[in-house]
Ligand binder design. Structure first.
Ligand SMILES: NC(=O)c1ccc[n+]([C@@H]2O[C@H](COP(=O)([O-])OP(=O)(O)OC[C@H]3O[C@@H](n4cnc5c(N)ncnc54)[C@H](OP(=O)(O)O)[C@@H]3O)[C@@H](O)[C@H]2O)c1
Length: 283
């Protein structure tokens, strides 16, 4: 798997809600990502909602061998547009079927259950086991091939693993926000893919001053160094930077080469910018 993937959320337009102003440009971005060798695409029923999954289906089908689309279910937006969990088993089941319809596929290679271990104030009355049980059932029916979690605390990951193997965890983690570090360690120890979301700090890291020196030395951009640091931080990591800019997409894919050229001292200095021992999920 290419360790630089593509996060498709930003194709939905502002606030992850709505339709892209130029759907053909969005489809072209997705096809261009495949041409550049991206093999992990990230999406969710909630993006658009459904619009991004439909664009992925239109742009990528038939999917080239090796391409995996990771789709998140179990979250949406309430009437005031705040994020909510939608863990009722019937809703989770419906969302998986909707994603298959929207993307025009018979099975999902990777479906994540969105939890709220990293989002204070957001929760669900439905026990994690009930929502996850639906994905286990759908895997047994052949509709889901791999199960992942997003926004999982270490305890949630352990509870989920008592029910089913977990192939990937997608938690918030970047140079400035290490809240997912304990889960990263668990993933690394168990050979689970760790997919940090907001790898560029939702854009905040693209001109972060601490990245300028290594970027200058390598003839790279700060964004590439931020992604490169993540790739060097753990072999479990696959990044999914989000962009609606074709040039940024090319530059992000090239960050794998920048990762290889960062010195150990540069990686260590960037790692030391945050105290990981104080990082707690949800902090
Ligand atoms: N599990 C979850 O709850 C969750 C939450 C949020 C996001 N996600 C996933 O994670 C993915 C990544 O998150 P994200 O897109 O919100 O944030 P991000 O990847 O940290 O940052 C994206 C921002 O950085 C800019 N950017 C990207 N590449 C750049 C480059 N090479 N140079 C300069 N600017 C660059 C983008 O603007 P341009 O468009 O101008 O390039 C955009 O504003 C999403 O697409 C989504 O799939 C998951």
């Amino acid at each position: 798997m290419n360790r630089v993937g593509y996060g498709a959320m930003r194709l939905a337009g502002p606030n992850v809600w709505g339709r892209p102003a130029d759907p053909e440009a969005a489809r072209a971005m997705l096809r261009s990502a495949v041409e550049l060798g991206v093999t992990l695409f990230d999406t969710a029923n909630a993006y658009g909602p459904r619009t991004v999954n439909q664009l992925i289906g239109e742009a990528l089908k038939p999917w080239p061998e090796g391409v995996i689309v990771g789709n998140k279910v179990g979250a949406g937006r309430g009437p005031d547009r705040s994020w909510i969990l939608t863990h009722h088993p019937g809703t989770v089941r419906r969302q998986v079927h909707e994603a298959l319809t929207d993307m025009g596929t018979e099975a999902s290679e990777l479906t994540y259950l969105r939890l709220a271990g990293d989002t204070p104030g957001v929760g669900s009355e439905v026990p994690l086991e009930d929502a996850l049980g639906v994905l286990v059932e759908l895997r047994e029916q052949g509709l889901v091939r791999r199960i992942g979690l997003s926004g999982a605390s270490p305890e949630m990951l352990a509870r989920a693993q008592r029910m089913t193997p977990i192939a990937a965890v997608q938690n918030r983690f970047n140079l400035l926000d290490r809240s997912g570090v304990q889960v990263l360690a668990a993933c690394e120890a168990q050979g689970i893919l760790f997919v940090p979301y907001f790898p560029l700090g939702a854009g905040r890291l693209t001109d972060f001053v601490e990245l300028l020196a290594p970027a200058r030395r390598l003839g790279a951009t700060p964004a590439q160094v931020a992604l490169g640091w993540l790739l060097r931080r753990s072999p479990a990591v696959v990044v999914i930077p989000g962009t609606a800019d074709p040039g940024h997409l090319r530059s992000n894919v090239a960050a794998a080469g920048v990762a290889d050229r960062l010195t150990d001292a540069e990686v260590a200095r960037l790692t030391a910018l945050a105290d990981e021992s104080k990082a707690t999920l949800g902090a």
